[in-house]
Write a protein that binds this ligand. Sequence first.
Ligand SMILES: *Cc1c(COP(=O)(O)O)cnc(C)c1O
Length: 425
Amino acid sequence: MTSPVPQPGDAGSTLAPAALGQPASTPAVAGSDAVMTTYSRQDIVFACGEGCWLTSTTGERYLDIGSGVAVNALGHAHPKLIAALTEQAAKLWHTSNLYRVEGQERVAERLVAETFADRVFFCNSGAEACEGAIKTARRYHFSKGRPERNRIITFSGAFHGRTLATLAAAGNAKYLEGFGPDAGGFDHVPFGDHAALETAISDETAAIMIEPVQGEGGVRVVPDQCLKGLRDLCDQHGLLLILDEVQTGIGRTGRLFAHEWAGISPDIMAVAKGLGGGFPVGAILATEDAASGMTPGTHGSTFGGNPLAMAVADAVLDIATGKAFLTSVEAKALRFKQSLAALHDEFPETISEVRGRGLLIGLKLATEVQPAELVKAALEEKLLMVGAADNVVRLLPPLTIGGDEIAEAVARLTRAIRRIARKTP
Ligand SMILES: *Cc1c(COP(=O)(O)O)cnc(C)c1O
């Protein structure tokens, strides 16, 4: 690591005492009071990164197998992404969607060439992509003269973002509490309950929306057979299938998109996270028919598909669409999972299951172990992981992770598990 690391107390440092490793005045929340306290953050500030490694402002190196929650798909400071961004930054940042955007047309055409889709709309985040996907589905039926078909079926444990509609879509009471009336139009079905799903379909159903692997929900994989079944069900009832591939897309599972494993395609798909490799960008992908209601004036975005985002997304696709690259993800995932299976055998009282697809891996912990405990113990071993629901800790390393780094991650994870295993009776 050659870049200079700012030290605590550097002139111009705006870090609060808590961020500098000193006791905070309010112990519950680390960092500056000026930042709204919606996160209980780890008390670390990162100054720079390279590949799978992050260096804190106190000069400590961390192995990052969380990738900022599946965002840094190509690791930190990838030279090709830096080049794409800086080259574009010197030319043009923003013009608005009142004009044609060259990069948008290029990235859209590439996504169309690589997927089921015929049409792409660019936005800035996963929630926006999901919300836009919902709008696209409702508008489809409206434009076909069936405005009453506006309800979307979703699944327990889902996560589609933090806007009012995407929260209502997921139906997680914890995230909805105190935010007023729920946005309507969603029917929630227990994950994996086929009978309940069939019962939920009515004359008002517009679409079924699902993540091929629930990420926040605890790395719960939807079996290929079920995705096929959902496709058939949608076809039988004239419904649209919306896939939320915000977390599973852009090579995360060893295919460009996770649904490819099942040999099916959706009508509409939400994409974000890895697509910008760290630059905010989202996209709604749709077939020509599914997008047919989205006529001029029906949807828009000020920032969506801006030249900077498109330059980076184009560079991400250069790498992530490579066959050899995707095959390497599969090989790495296999290697990782074999080591984790051994860890499972060694610590059955701590790890109850290893699951996931590709490099979206979940460690389900024994009931008496909290994900936060393992995340904290891993942090002490300078290993970054991410918690999830269903008592799961997520491992989602940069897809560029090397074999040595996988071995190092497993070694650190083993030490972290020993730390907490010692504490459990
Ligand atoms: C992260 C995520 C979202 C929300 O993305 P934001 O960019 O945070 O709005 C939606 N769906 C899935 C599956 C996600 O993992």
